[in-house]
Design a protein around this ligand. Structure first.
Ligand code: MN3
Length: 198
């Protein structure tokens, strides 16, 4: 059975971008609900022995797609944020420059993807199967590891653009949340995932 992972920091650690109350509700209520619903969906079935990655890869049922995706996406989201200031490593900086022109251009592209995702979903930076950096977005709790995703590959950055991720502080201003989010991106972790994936 899947369990809620502890956050690698306190709920108030990301205050520059995300308030403590939002973090607490998001982690202890929303993320927990995906896990509870995922466990209920697989309990007593052959799926109970599978890894989260293998469950979501083929997203066999809506319950697994939504709740397995929700569990994976949030676990990833917490790991790729930090209250400390970090920078992309040399290899990732180079790849961002070669692909998008500059880090600023990449941020704009992801913010655009997040701002224009209708309803709920995620904005992503992905290393695709051709080892290319690609910006994309997904609806609901889909992600680039799923066979249903338009762009598939290894997620390097994923920004939650569901209203529950930002509404208390930003209300309807999703673009303001997206702009602020870059203050808490954990570039050390994103760089590590990139090194491992490429
Ligand atoms: Mn969320």
């Amino acid at each position: 059975m899947f369990k809620l992972p502890d956050l690698p920091y306190d709920y108030n650690a990301l205050e520059q971008a995300i308030d403590a109350q939002t973090m607490e509700i998001h982690h202890s209520k929303h993320h927990q609900a995906y896990i509870t619903n995922l466990n209920n969906a697989i309990d007593g079935t052959a799926d109970a022995d599978k890894t989260l990655e293998s469950l979501i890869a083929t997203a066999a049922t809506p319950a697994i797609r939504n709740n397995g995706g929700g569990h994976w996406n949030h676990s990833f989201f917490w790991q790729t944020m930090s209250g400390s200031s970090t920078k992309p490593n040399a290899a990732l900086s180079e790849a961002i420059k070669n692909t998008f022109g500059s880090l600023e251009d990449l941020k704009q592209k992801i913010n655009q993807a997040g701002a224009t995702r209708f309803g709920s979903g995620w904005a992503w930076l992905v290393l695709d199967k051709n080892n290319k950096l690609v910006v994309t977005s997904t609806p609901n709790q889909d992600n680039p590891l799923m066979d249903v995703a338009e762009v598939q590959g290894v997620p390097l950055i994923g920004i939650d653009v569901w209203e529950h991720a930002y509404y208390l502080r930003y209300q309807n201003r999703r673009p303001d949340y997206l702009n602020a989010w870059w203050q808490v991106v954990n570039w050390d972790e994103v760089s590590r995932i990139y090194q491992e994936a490429k």
